[in-house]
Ligand binder design. Structure first.
Ligand code: NAD
Length: 265
């Protein structure tokens, strides 16, 4: 399978290039970067510390879509919207890991998914997707007298909060309780907030250092507390998961899929 990486010089982009090169039966169809990036014109292999591949980083995403069977996109919401349109036009598989997507950005993905197979997940690690399934189950079993709080920590460079994964865990908990997350969430607290309403799903965000991604879902009642935790220590797990998703999507009809679909969870 030929896979293209958009945003190939980013923290995740480089991991993805390596993951494709290490995956059996996969080859690199090319890599793109935004206009003005220092990486443009550099050899893709050298960019990730390997032998030269003779493939330069380019800015023309359309050309990479033409050459690839699947494209993996861990960039930024504005760029992902453009890539979704290219996927719709070309019918190519698109794997999206970009977080911080607004409702309009997600509507754009849904529209494109009418004409292309798109796998969209806030977190491509197997462990986190298991955590999502466990969170949904625990929320269904533990009633409203268990307060749900989601705590996450990421490195100092992260630009969106709460993390896409934390919101995904919140959605899983809300699904378990058969409520809509945006009707019960509290994304941050400050000042005189009053007592915590029953049924609320709260979020707390920590940022610092080089933390790859820690998430804990707490179910706190009077007298006991259940905590489900996942800690990522290497970004390679997300890249491996994204390549697995691209391979899974081969031959699938157009639609918007999740990592839980890929893993059959
Ligand atoms: P980063 O800033 O290091 O990388 C983003 C790259 O995209 C940059 O190199 C940037 O130049 C490039 N880019 C931006 N616009 C572009 C365009 N129009 N065309 C081509 N390239 C473009 O960020 P990062 O840490 O690699 O994270 C990227 C995204 O992936 C973030 O939204 C992050 O939250 C998300 N992420 C998701 C997962 C997951 O499993 N879903 C895991 C880690 C990170």
């Amino acid at each position: 399978m030929k896979i293209g990486i958009v945003g190939c010089a980013g923290r995740m982009g480089k991991m993805l290039v390596n993951a494709v090169l290490d995956a059996e039966g996969c080859t690199l169809a090319g890599g793109t970067e935004r206009q003005g990036s220092d990486a443009l014109g550099r050899d893709l292999g050298e960019l990730v510390g390997r032998d030269p591949l003779g493939v330069p980083v380019e800015s023309d995403a359309e050309a990479v879509f033409r050459r690839a069977g699947a494209i993996i996109d861990f960039t930024a919401p504005a760029a992902t919207r453009i890539h979704a349109e290219l996927a719709a036009r070309s019918g190519r598989i698109l794997v999206v890991g970009t977080t911080g997507m607004s409702a309009e950005d997600e509507a754009c993905l849904r529209e494109a998914a009418k004409r292309a197979a798109i796998v969209y997940a806030p977190n491509f690690s197997v462990g986190v997707n298991l955590l999502m399934a466990l969170t949904e189950r625990a929320a269904a079993i533990l009633a409203d007298d268990y307060d749900i709080e989601i705590v996450e920590m990421h490195h100092r460079h992260k630009v969106d909060a709460p993390s896409g994964t934390a919101l995904g865990l919140g959605r899983a908990a809300a699904l378990g309780r058969a409520v809509a997350l945006d009707g019960v969430w509290c994304k941050s607290r400050d000042g005189h907030t009053g007592a915590r309403p029953a049924g609320q799903i709260g979020f707390a965000t920590l940022r610092g250092g080089d933390v790859v991604g820690d998430h804990t879902v707490m179910f706190a009642a009077e007298g006991e507390r259940v905590e489900l935790t996942h800690k990522a220590s290497n970004r390679a797990v997300f890249a491996k998961g994204a390549v697995r998703a691209a391979r899974w999507a081969k031959g699938k009809p157009p639609g918007l899929y999740s990592m839980r679909d890929v893993l059959g969870l």
